[in-house]
Design a protein around this ligand. Structure first.
Ligand SMILES: CC(C)(COP(=O)(O)OP(=O)(O)OC[C@H]1O[C@@H](n2cnc3c(N)ncnc32)[C@H](O)[C@@H]1OP(=O)(O)O)[C@@H](O)C(=O)NCCC(=O)NCCS
Length: 306
């Protein structure tokens, strides 16, 4: 056999070996993806046997990724110990925030005079009320309040049992500060003469860098019609704008909740939006109305309408 023919044969063998190697790498890489997809399909099939609306493959994939992230967090806590809450708060109030896509969003400056945070440190007096955080002693008042269908009619939650109220007490008691986006301040309104709890008011600092807040209120039916919700909520607006430095505070309600709309109007808020059948709540499509107030309006300036 001529030497040139042998060399040619070896060249062909080498090319064939290279192609086989490339096909193997491609197959192995795809195999992992196919295994994950097949696993998601199998789990979805199993779940569809017991649920009307089985979660999508993407939802399952996200759930799996979240599980992995949580495991990683747990391992980090074991290795480095829990992070102090202050460091978390500081991280959240940095000048920029990263979005999920990884680009930085600017945080607007705090308006003049505001310290940027509020921590409850003692009862806040209004003309007729004292505002303070929830205590264990408020449990029976709360049970009486939240067991009433007329109170929860336009809220997301159903009536609550004594056990459900007790379970949520630690969370309610912890809502004492607005230090970073995502924090919630919830205060019980107690009459100054007699120390009777009449309801509660809430101010939530919305997640994200835009200095937005949301106000809410509930008054026990025995004490409605006396202006307590307006008096308590006005104090929270002052905290939100003057101390925390929020830029805009909204009040959201179901369109038929006239009593709530009147409170927001008494507070000087503008009716800003009407969302038709935007939420499925308690077995029906509900309309949502949004009222809002800007810091400059609170301070007596013009609205931000353009
Ligand atoms: C929404 C809710 C807090 C409003 O309660 P309210 O008692 O009507 O509101 P206020 O405490 O501000 O009281 C206002 C009423 O008191 C009267 N009032 C009496 N004295 C007053 C005073 N010194 N200052 C102000 N108002 C006074 C007002 O005229 C007003 O009556 P009107 O609505 O008949 O005009 C109450 O209906 C409630 O708890 N609902 C269930 C929970 C809920 O839906 N929360 C809102 C979720 S978005």
């Amino acid at each position: 056999m001529p030497f040139a023919l042998v060399v040619r044969g070896l060249e062909v063998l080498l090319v064939l070996a290279a192609i086989a190697g490339a096909v193997d790498v491609w197959w192995q890489t795809g195999a992992f993806e196919r295994r994950v997809a097949a696993d998601a399909r199998r789990r979805r099939r199993l779940l569809s046997l017991s649920q009307v609306n089985p979660p999508s493959e993407e939802t399952l994939r996200q759930a799996w990724l979240n599980e992995q992230r949580q495991q990683l967090d747990r391992l980090l806590v074991l290795r480095e110990g829990p992070r102090p809450p202050d460091s978390l708060s500081r991280a959240k109030t940095e000048k920029t925030e990263e979005t999920e896509e990884g680009f930085a969003m600017e945080t607007p400056p705090t308006s003049g005079g505001a310290s940027g945070a509020f921590r409850w440190s003692g009862p806040i007096a209004t003309p007729r009320l004292r505002l303070r955080p929830f205590e264990d002693g408020d449990q029976s008042f709360l049970v009486d309040l939240m067991a009433r269908p007329e109170v929860v009619r336009w809220l997301y939650e159903p009536t609550l049992t004594a056990e459900e109220v007790a379970q949520a007490m630690p969370a309610r008691k912890s809502r004492v500060a607005l230090v970073a986006p995502g924090d919630v301040l919830q205060l019980v309104m107690v009459t100054r003469d007699g120390g009777q709890a009449v309801g509660h008011v809430t101010l939530a600092w919305a997640d994200g860098p835009h200095r937005q807040g949301e106000v809410g209120f509930i008054v026990h039916p025995d004490h409605q019609g006396r202006g307590y919700a307006t008096e308590g909520a006005e104090t929270l607006l002052a905290i939100g704008f003057d101390t925390v430095g929020l830029h805009r505070i909204v009040g959201r309600l179901e369109a038929r909740n006239q009593a709530s709309a009147h409170v927001l109007e008494r507070l000087g808020m503008r009716r800003e939006a009407y969302f038709q059948e935007s939420e499925w709540v308690k077995g029906e499509w509900q309309d949502e109305v949004v009222y809002a107030l800007l810091a400059q309006e609170w301070h007596g300036g013009p609205s931000g309408d353009r």
